[in-house]
Design a protein around this ligand. Structure first.
Ligand code: ADP
Length: 267
């Protein structure tokens, strides 16, 4: 609330008065708070591996010098921590790139079927390493449909979703990638194609679903970190899907699995 002197001109009220302005600053405050939270989160996420690295460097300079087996073990932990920091910085850069312009005009026409098939094939080794059955349930006869967009970004969307399904699905799970034939999509007011990435993993309790695409939101922080997650994957996915004027939907039943569906407008 701000108060200041004012001249009154309306009607009979010629003369001096007081002007009281009520301004709703909630959105500004909220944005400021979000930015502060984000910086605090990033600092914390970077500091955790950094602290570990510094600890191991100290140990390597001291007691571990005489113990090559221990030194070897510490070095591989350090490597893992350094690559975690590298992933985090990479994801932060991706996020800032896709956040910079929410309303891009997609120039390319991407063959979505071909892109998905290649993504699934590329992740087959990761799946088999994790003991997960990765199923390509995409229509075989076509490379399309054509989606106006950015191929690199769309590839990032689907590899993030499939990687999550593999990571969180865990050994013995099944991950299926499917695509529906393009149809009129009332919510997009255009023809859209729907891609589904479904897993038979542990599922996600309903209470978490609305917050899953927030930056650094994790259902189980310990597990996410253990799996090498940055907590930014779904935030990046959401932004890219929005930029393509698409929609994402998450359905999950604990104990049965999760399905991430992305609908994108087609040409
Ligand atoms: P992270 O880097 O932690 O994987 P994401 O933004 O990709 O971050 O995902 C956010 C959280 O959503 C994860 O930490 C995990 O708890 C949950 N999650 C994502 N995908 C799945 C899935 N397929 N099954 C179960 N939980 C999932």
């Amino acid at each position: 609330v701000s108060i200041g002197p004012a001249r009154l001109r309306d009607g009979a009220l010629h003369g001096r008065g007081v002007l009281v302005v009520f301004e709703d600053v909630t959105p500004v405050e909220k944005a400021g708070q979000m930015r502060r939270d984000f910086v605090a989160n990033v600092s914390h996420e970077l500091r955790t591996p950094l602290t570990a690295l510094m600890g191991f460097i100290e140990t390597l300079k001291g007691p571990a010098r005489e113990d090559p087996a221990a030194a070897e073990r510490f070095l591989s932990i350090m490597e893992a921590e350094a690559s975690r920091m590298n992933r985090l910085v990479g994801d932060l850069l991706s996020l800032s790139r896709v956040e910079a312009d929410e309303r891009m005009r997609p120039a390319e026409r991407v063959e979505l079927g071909a892109l998905l098939r290649a993504s699934v094939a590329g992740l087959a080794p990761l799946a088999s390493e994790a003991g997960v059955t990765l199923i390509d349930a995409l229509p075989e006869e076509t490379d399309g449909p054509l989606v106006p967009g950015d191929a690199d970004q769309l590839r990032q969307v689907f590899s993030n979703l499939v990687e999550n399904a593999i990571k969180y699905g865990g050994a013995g799970a099944e991950v299926r990638v499917a695509m529906d034939a393009p149809a009129y999509e009332p919510r997009l007011r255009a023809t859209g194609v729907r891609v589904r990435v479904a897993d038979t993993g542990p599922g996600i309790p309903e209470i978490h679903l609305p917050r899953l695409t927030e930056r650094f939101y994790r259902v189980d922080s310990h597990r996410s970190r253990e799996m090498g997650g940055t907590g930014l994957g779904l935030a990046i996915v959401k932004h890219i899907v929005n930029r393509h004027r698409g929609r994402m939907r998450i359905d999950s039943t604990p104990g049965e699995g999760s399905t991430f569906s992305v609908v994108l407008p087609v040409d």
